[in-house]
Design a binder for this molecule. Structure first.
Ligand SMILES: [Fe+2]
Length: 508
């Protein structure tokens, strides 16, 4: 099966994963040697956009900041919508009643309704993020009960709040009747949610795919059907992720002299959030488990999760059809591909032993890749659908939904300390955030959060060498994508990102 170098992209000297240059033992592998051709394409399509936005959007963002100092009121209803229905619902963890006191110590259990399902949004990551002078952070844990009357409805019951740097016993459980303290703790929870999405869980969509991206390009021959299927979904991403990870100008380095760095915390503090996401948090493995690859998307039992699964199923139908046409040569190389990837992605030192044995919870090996899976799909069909879902719908919907949240309500910095009791000194809405905080967050929102698409999923084109059957599958896929979007409405599921806004790869 050995084939000449010329059968491979970049003469088989293309990108490959290596230990992460910034955090080699506590973060995802990274890809640092990127072909010049790909770098140029990225600079022309995306890099240039960042530089031009700094100039043309700056006056817009400044004007926004001047007019939006402070924060707008957030009702409980809106808060629940963000944390239990929309993208922040990814952080919900179901708890048994007797587990609640661990996450909300001091809670009055007699207040909790009996016989309900309980969920927490544990924003403990904020206990690790030291704020800069003049800013404040706090760990919060929001407790919800699923409503009896609506499948996706939740009731907000309590919020445990512990200001940064304080011992556990200084934490306070707040309830809806606590008025100003309750509202202030909600802003701290929203700050925690923004950090958890942007600097923690969203990394699961970006960085593992760099390994898959590089190995697909280098280890599979150019005529391999799997490479032809995946290649368009991998454009721009290696360059983007490397920039985020290593560039001095990266927003996650948070150099305050730059106009778009609106985060709280210094470079090391922010890096710790990524490490905690990858390694998991000791003593809180239920809410912060160590990262491992999942064969299928892991989504919450919420409307946002249902939305993801509808699209994943659509993609899975497509991968099943395309991959039915693999040749023996394709398969031989795909086994090697799976072995290479699994040797890089299943290496988290904190991964539990039982998870290492479970094919659902890691990247499959070459020996497993063509096994039948229990629901009528092969392991390869599932993992390929997972990859395409990850870099398209999974990734873009996080950006789109978060981008739709009001910058005037979901902060990146707070200037009023979190409650240290159920009563707080009165604070004005204006004092919650400065106009500079608002303008920088708006810049960051424009440049990095809202989707700025170069190529779209709905316009997919694959180089299948003119194979009429495969080209027909692509046409069917596009129709199925539109039918899926239409079907969401019929099933009463919110359209968290319009199909015409879903990029075909990770482009932001
Ligand atoms: Fe992203």
């Amino acid at each position: 099966m050995e084939r000449p170098q010329s059968d491979f992209l970049y003469n088989r000297m293309g990108p490959w994963p290596q230990p992460n240059p910034v955090l080699p033992f506590t973060e995802f592998p990274a890809v640092v040697n990127i072909p010049r051709k790909e770098l140029m394409k990225y600079e022309l399509n995306i890099g240039v956009r960042y530089y031009t936005q700094i100039f043309y959007y700056l006056p817009v963002a400044l004007w926004y900041g001047i007019n939006h100092a402070g924060l707008a009121k957030v009702s409980d209803e809106e808060f629940v919508d963000m944390l239990c229905v929309r993208s922040f619902s990814k952080f919900l963890t179901k708890l048994k009643r007797d587990q609640i006191e661990k996450y909300l110590p001091g809670i009055d259990m007699s207040r909790l309704p009996e016989g309900r399902e309980y969920y927490v949004n544990d924003l403990w990551l904020m206990s690790r993020l030291k704020p800069q002078e003049g800013c404040y952070t706090a760990a919060t844990v929001c407790l919800f009960a699923r409503s009896d009357d609506h499948k996706y409805g939740f009731e907000f019951l309590a919020n445990f709040c512990l200001p940064y740097g304080e011992p556990m016993e200084k934490g306070t459980v707040l309830y809806p009747e606590d008025n100003d303290a309750w509202d202030l703790a909600k802003y701290h929870a929203l700050l925690g949610c923004a950090n958890r999405l942007v600097l923690s869980t969203h990394s699961f969509l970006h960085f593992p795919m760099d390994t898959v991206n590089a190995i697909t390009k280098t280890a599979l021959p150019k005529d391999n059907l799997l490479q032809r299927l995946l290649l368009p979904h991998f454009e721009f991403s290696l360059e983007l992720d490397l920039g985020v990870l290593t560039s001095w100008e990266s927003p996650i380095k948070n150099h305050w002299e730059l106009p778009y760095t609106g985060l709280t915390g210094d470079e090391a503090g922010i890096a710790q959030l990524f490490v905690d996401a990858y390694m998991g948090m000791k003593d809180r493995h239920l809410t912060y488990p160590p990262y491992h690859f999942w064969l299928a998307p892991q989504v919450p039992d919420t409307e946002y999760g249902r939305f993801q699964i509808e699209y994943y199923d659509c993609i899975e139908r497509f991968t099943k059809k395309v991959l039915s046409k693999l040749t023996d040569d394709d398969k031989w190389y795909i086994k090697k591909w799976a072995d290479y990837i699994s040797s890089w992605l299943n290496t988290n030192p904190h991964m539990k032993e039982e998870d290492k044995q479970d094919i659902k919870k890691r990247f499959p090996t070459g020996d497993e890749i063509f096994e039948e899976y229990s629901d009528g799909f092969t392991v390869l069909e599932k993992v390929t659908a997972k990859i395409i879902w990850d870099v398209t719908v999974g990734h873009a919907s996080d950006h789109y939904d978060y981008g739709q949240m009001d910058v005037h309500k979901v902060p990146f910095r707070l200037r009023v300390p979190a409650p240290q009791g159920r009563e707080v000194h009165h604070y004005s809405q204006k004092s919650l955030r400065t106009w500079v905080d608002a303008y920088k967050q708006r810049m960051c929102w424009k440049m990095f959060f809202i989707p700025t698409n170069v190529t779209l999923l709905q316009d997919m084109a694959y180089d299948f060498n003119g194979d009429p059957e495969l080209d027909a599958y692509v046409r069917d896929f596009k129709k199925d994508l539109h039918a899926t979007e239409k079907g969401l409405k019929e099933k009463g599921i919110r359209d968290f990102i319009p199909l015409n806004q879903i990029a075909r790869s990770i482009q932001y």
